[in-house]
Structures are given as C-alpha cells and as structure tokens.
Design a protein around this ligand. Structure first.
Ligand code: MN
Length: 214
C-alpha cells in the first residue's frame, strides 16, 4: 500500500532552460525523486514487518532509511515548485510591487539585506560536502528566517523549521550540464527562483502554531 506518491512536475522538462536542461529534470524527477518515494513507502512496510516479528535489531537502520527517503521526497516536492521559467517571472529579487513584500521584509530583517541572504544561501549550497542542500527555512520559535545546510536530505536540520526555498546541491542536480562546476549551477539557480511560491510557503509557515513558546 503506497502512502507517498510522486507529484507531477508543475512544468514540462524543458521549462527551466537554459538554467537546467530537460535531461536533468527528467532524470531528477522521474528516477531520483521517484526512488525516494518508493524508498519511503518500502521502509514503512519494512518497519511494520519488523514490529510484527519483533526484529528490533533492524530498527536503527530502518529509521535512518525512513528519514533519508521521506526527507528526500519532501525536499524535492518543494524544489520543483520553488522554480519557474524566467519568462514566467522566475529569478530576480522578491519585491513589494510583485506582492511578495512580506517575504522581502522578512529577508532583510533576518539577514540584513537580500544580498547578504543570497550570499549565505549560495555558500551554504556550494560548500556542502558530498551530497546536500542549501535551504532557506522559517524558524517558528524565533519567528526568523534562517539558512540551513542540509546533509544528505535530513542532517543538520533544526527541528520544527520549515523549508521554504531549497537548492539541491547533489551532483545529480547539475552534473550532466555543469560537470564539476557546482558554484556556476548555484549562481544560475537564482535565475529561476519562483518568489511567489517562496512567499506563499513563508506565509503558510508563519500561520502554523509554534512547537514551543519562545
Ligand atoms: Mn535531487
């Protein structure tokens, strides 16, 4: 029984050219993201079986697998919507004139300026060791935005923080087009950011009840 399902892309494979070529998007969504969805579903089944058999020695490995696959599914599901073609309004900065002033203000408040935020997120994404993500997250206890450097899909994450803009820095996200030039890929990514989507996620995150009081 599948609990998680692969979401459809909100655009066609070629929509993000020239920043990301169609071959990368097709493989990344249809193969990599699909594998995390399957992995999360399979792991839930394996955990149920382990419980039934009281096979507690397998719990540690299965819980790690669940965190990895489930977080991979969630981050990729956000990632596709965080991007849109430049001709559809992707890229640039969030501006009040475009209806995303609250997000723009929150970025300035939390990081000092858009430029400082952009540099921090770029560096967080570009300096991942091995596989990981640069993430802009809403941190509900402080009410601030923070940048996180996520190891694999699930490490280095503050509990309760809500990812609202995610940069995939795994090699599968860029290698076919950018080879080893991860920094060039991260720089180009800013040209397809869907600020409307980021602002919507920010507003929704702020509306949630905090896990604890400050
Ligand atoms: Mn990926």
């Amino acid at each position: 029984m599948a609990i998680y399902t692969l979401p459809e892309l909100p655009y066609d494979y070629a929509a993000l050219e020239p920043v990301i070529n169609p071959q990368i998007i097709e493989l990344h969504h249809d193969k990599h993201h699909a594998a995390y969805v399957k992995g999360a579903n399979d792991t839930l089944e394996q955990l149920a079986e382990a419980r039934d058999k009281e096979a507690w020695s397998s719990i540690n490995g299965l819980e790690k697998n669940l965190a990895f696959h489930l977080s991979g599914h969630i981050l990729h599901s956000i990632y596709w919507h965080n991007m849109t073609a430049p001709k559809e309004g992707g890229g640039g900065e969030p501006l009040a004139a475009d209806g995303v002033g609250e997000l723009a203000d929150a970025i300035t408040e939390s990081f000092g300026s858009f430029a400082k935020f952009k540099t921090q997120l770029s560096k967080a994404a570009a300096t991942t060791q091995g596989s990981g993500w640069g993430v802009l997250a809403y941190e509900p206890v402080s009410g601030r935005l923070i940048v996180e450097q996520v190891y694999d899909h699930q490490g280095n994450v503050g509990q309760g923080s809500v990812p609202i803009l995610v940069f995939d820095a795994w090699e599968h996200a860029f290698y076919l087009q950018y080879k080893n030039q991860k920094v060039d890929f991260i720089d180009a990514m800013w040209g397809v950011v869907n600020w409307q989507d980021v602002a919507k996620r920010h507003a929704e995150a702020k509306d949630r009840t905090p896990l604890i009081t400050p």
